[in-house]
Design a protein around this ligand. Structure first.
Ligand code: SF4
Length: 384
């Protein structure tokens, strides 16, 4: 398969592992491993699926960052989605992987079992089509994701505005990649030496959200693809920069990502959305200007107006909404790279993919679900 087989080639993997071993041996010795954070949940999944972390030398370690949109969904947003789904004559449309994320009072899946109308869709266009076909139903799209998914949501809202659809709206939890990275780098307990950058976000944004990392923190970033060879090449490029004392952005994923990104995809986003003063992240708390809200001209499509205690734009619904349901839950520490999934006391006991207590166990891109799926049984296929 073009663009897959060559990036899972065992000889290429073996060569890269040897090159990484040599580079790692040349790094200055120190007490703790050199830590490379992969930002994107897709990378986390590949790392566990192919056991890439086990191929690294002892002095190099992956830590898993907050790049899975489902994992960073706060309970308050799930609570709002459930409340909307419970309204009469309302249909809540959601991506499938958000269905099992626990809110304070259960998940969307549980709400549907209790009679709420919840529909799994694959794109905002599906939700829009639902609104066109059912004019008597208020269709609410639960919009989640990073810069990658925002363009399709913006286009759906613009189409609804053009068509004068009044029964389509959006519960918006679109978030931006730069603010959580700034928050992580400001944390004195974290010692990140370099970043494996998210290839799909970069496809839209280009290098812009990552430029502050080498400029202000003198740490390297390599924008990476998602196959084993991509990730190992990216690690090698990071180690080369670390050994040479350099810090810049490099693009390993050149078959997709560019320095400039895709201005055509950003244009509808800039038209429809503006940064919200504050957005909430599971595990990271409330970060300024880290999410998107509808611009004044599109606020008719804001689903929060349908909620009984509609929060003002850019404000948050509850004061304690970052609190996890179970105080033993370690999602926040895992999300910020301070803990490995297996170190959470709930991992594999109360919290499993069938009974997720935290969001990181829900999505296949969540660190806990990936660790559970592949580390319990060993890597699925190795690199083949
Ligand atoms: S095992 Fe469950 S509760 Fe613990 S950190 Fe992972 S998702 Fe959160």
């Amino acid at each position: 398969m073009k663009y897959v087989d060559e990036f899972r080639n065992p000889e290429a993997v073996a060569r890269l592992v040897e090159a990484i071993r040599q580079r790692a041996a040349a790094l200055p010795p120190r007490q703790h491993p050199w830590q490379l954070m992969e930002i994107c949940g897709g990378h986390t999944h590949t790392i566990f699926r192919f056991g890439l972390d086990q191929l690294l030398p002892d002095n190099i370690e992956f830590i898993h960052g907050p790049g899975c949109p489902v994992c960073v969904l706060p309970q308050s947003v799930i609570d709002q989605a459930v409340a909307l789904a419970q309204r009469p004559d309302t249909l809540l449309c959601s991506y499938g992987d958000a269905m099992r994320v626990p809110g304070h009072h259960g998940s969307l899946l549980q709400a549907r079992a209790d009679g709420a109308r919840v529909q799994v869709i694959y794109s905002p266009r599906d939700a829009l089509d639902m609104a066109r076909r059912h004019p008597d139903t208020q269709v609410v799209f639960l919009a989640i994701g990073f810069e990658t998914t925002a363009p399709a949501t913006a286009l759906a809202i613009r189409a609804a505005a053009r068509e004068g659809l009044t029964n389509f709206c959006v519960l918006c939890h679109l978030v931006l990649i730069e603010p959580p990275l700034r928050a992580l780098l400001a944390d004195p307990d974290l010692r990140i030496d370099g970043f494996v950058g998210p290839g799909h976000v970069s496809l839209v944004t280009g290098n812009a959200p990552f430029e502050f990392i080498p400029a202000e923190h003198h740490k390297p970033v390599v924008i990476s693809g998602f196959e084993p060879v991509d990730l190992l090449q990216s690690v090698l490029l990071l180690l080369e920069q670390l050994q040479q004392g350099q810090a810049r952005i490099e693009i390993q994923y050149r078959r997709v990502a560019t320095t400039q990104g895709n201005p055509g995809a950003r244009a509808p986003v800039d038209d429809v959305f503006e940064p919200a003063p504050l957005a909430e992240w599971r595990g990271l708390g409330k970060l300024p200007r880290s999410g998107l809200q509808l611009r004044p001209g599109y606020q008719a499509f804001d689903a929060t107006h349908l909620l009984p205690d509609s929060p003002a734009p850019g404000t948050l619904p509850t004061a304690d909404s970052t609190t996890e349901a179970d105080p033993r839950c370690r999602c926040a520490a895992v999300l910020s790279g301070k803990l490995k999934p297996g170190q959470c006391p709930l991992f594999g006991r109360e919290c499993t993919p069938d009974t997720p207590l935290g969001a990181l166990m829900v999505s296949s891109e969540g660190a806990c679900a990936a660790w559970y799926q592949y580390r319990h049984q060993g890597p699925a296929h190795g690199a083949h």
